[in-house]
Write a protein that binds this ligand. Structure first.
Ligand SMILES: *[C@@H]1O[C@H](CO)[C@@H](O)[C@H](O)[C@H]1NC(C)=O
Ligand SMILES: *[C@@H]1O[C@H](CO)[C@@H](O)[C@H](O)[C@H]1NC(C)=O
Ligand SMILES: *[C@@H]1O[C@H](CO)[C@@H](O)[C@H](O)[C@H]1NC(C)=O
Ligand SMILES: *[C@@H]1O[C@H](CO)[C@@H](O)[C@H](O)[C@H]1NC(C)=O
Length: 376
């Protein structure tokens, strides 16, 4: 009897919670069932977004959702017939307009000053002179100290990419597993535009000059805050710990880029992410008609290899782990969408570093890769 009452009460509570919608149901038209399920599925991300209470917005959102659903279902059918090498699925942002999706997911733009000033031509010459990477070499440096990031509604891929590359270097070179503050870059790096985009090399320069605080204290807020709080929190990276910001314009010289990844582990790349790229779920990304010199999105490159579809780059994104394959994607070599146009990384100083310009190997991490390299 008493159990029965409790059970009834629970069901009623569940019923009330579920029926309470965060979006406004329009009087003029009814929302499609599929769209409503989509809104319910992504409630956690959308319930505080007041735009879903605006019927005009909701109507547009439903139209976007339907367009993407149709496109993605067609792509998925083609994937099942082996007509394409990668699969797509609806993501929580699939109901937004293309402009809006690009705004929140991407966020890389070429810097205001001339790029040539930072391009390190000397290092590129060293890479070119090194012996060719043997065919079939597989390199996977995709072990990171922290989970796949999710930039959510802030176009700051540049900041997440910078932070992850430094965290990776600290882990490999110093055996330190830390989480650095992306929010510091959003609030304090005046050479970039926080959620409106930036260029990774500028982010590394900020880290070099000011050092970096920790993410636990200076946590990610998905927005630019007017006050830079860098001075209030404990630093994990001191100023001048980064000795130099490196940027090479490879212009599709993938042979040299492979040699770089074998030596330094991971780097930031800037490529052109198209609408299609935003909904990848698994497979091998190929797009031969994408621009190679129009970067809008920064990601971390962490390996390369060959599978039945050919040679690929291994890329780690910052759109959560439900995008791609647990947050990663394989991108076809051949400078697809400009993935091999630029690479950026910092040189971290310390007792175990190497001389980047002579290429003199002093560090265990570099030795390990070079041993593998020589064994081929
Ligand atoms: C409702 O959404 C539409 C479309 O996004 C927008 O143009 C309009 O300004 C919004 N209205 C309000 C009151 O926010
Ligand atoms: C697709 O390719 C896989 C692997 O090559 C094969 O096992 C499968 O039968 C193919 N499917 C179709 C529909 O051709
Ligand atoms: C390596 O690959 C290239 C390009 O695919 C090819 O031309 C070359 O013959 C291959 N070399 C060996 C040793 O297999
Ligand atoms: C590839 O990229 C182009 C340009 O960015 C885009 O229009 C196209 O839809 C993408 N996909 C394919 C299969 O070409």
């Amino acid at each position: 009897m008493r159990l029965g009452v409790i059970f009834c009460f629970l069901s009623l509570t569940i019923y009330l919670t579920n029926s309470e919608k965060y979006y406004k149901e329009p009087k003029q038209f009814s929302l499609l069932k599929d769209y409503e399920s989509f809104l319910d599925e992504h409630r956690d991300y959308k319930e505080n977004d007041l735009r879903y209470k605006n019927v005009t917005f909701l109507k547009l959102s439903q139209a976007n959702f339907l367009r993407m659903k149709k496109e993605i279902e067609a792509h998925h059918s083609a994937y099942r017939l082996n007509l394409t090498t990668f699969d797509r699925k609806l993501q929580r942002w699939s109901d937004l307009s293309k402009v809006e999706k690009m705004r929140i997911l991407c966020g890389t733009k070429l810097p205001r000053r001339a790029r040539a000033a930072t391009t390190n031509a000397a290092y590129l010459r060293i890479l070119k002179a090194l012996p060719k990477v043997p065919n079939g070499t597989q390199v996977n440096n995709c072990h990171f100290p922290n989970p796949i990031p999710d930039q959510q509604t802030c176009g700051c891929c540049w900041a997440w990419s910078c932070v992850q590359v430094v965290e990776h270097q600290l882990m490999m070179l110093k055996k330190q597993r830390v989480q650095l503050s992306v929010q510091q870059l959003l609030d304090c790096d005046t050479s970039n535009d926080a959620c409106d985009g930036g260029w990774p090399t500028n982010g590394f320069r900020h880290m070099e000059i000011f050092g970096m605080t920790n993410a636990a204290e200076y946590s990610y807020q998905q927005m630019h805050q007017p006050v830079c709080k860098r001075a209030f929190y404990r630093k994990l990276l001191s100023p001048n710990y980064i000795a130099q910001q490196m940027e090479i314009e490879f212009k599709g010289d993938e042979e040299s880029m492979k040699k770089l990844i074998m030596r330094i582990g991971v780097a930031v790349v800037a490529m052109h992410a198209d609408e299609e790229f935003l909904s990848i779920t698994k497979g091998f990304y190929i797009n031969d008609s994408c621009p190679k010199n129009d970067p809008n999105h920064a990601m971390v490159i962490c390996g390369f290899g060959t599978d039945e579809n050919g040679e690929y780059w291994l890329i780690r994104n910052s759109w959560g782990s439900s995008w791609g394959e647990y947050g990663y994607v394989k991108i076809k070599m051949g400078n697809t969408c400009g993935v091999a146009s630029f690479a950026m990384w910092p040189i971290i100083i310390g007792e175990r570093s190497l001389n980047p310009l002579t290429g003199e190997v002093e560090d265990k991490f570099f030795e390990k890769n070079d041993e593998e390299y020589l064994r081929q």
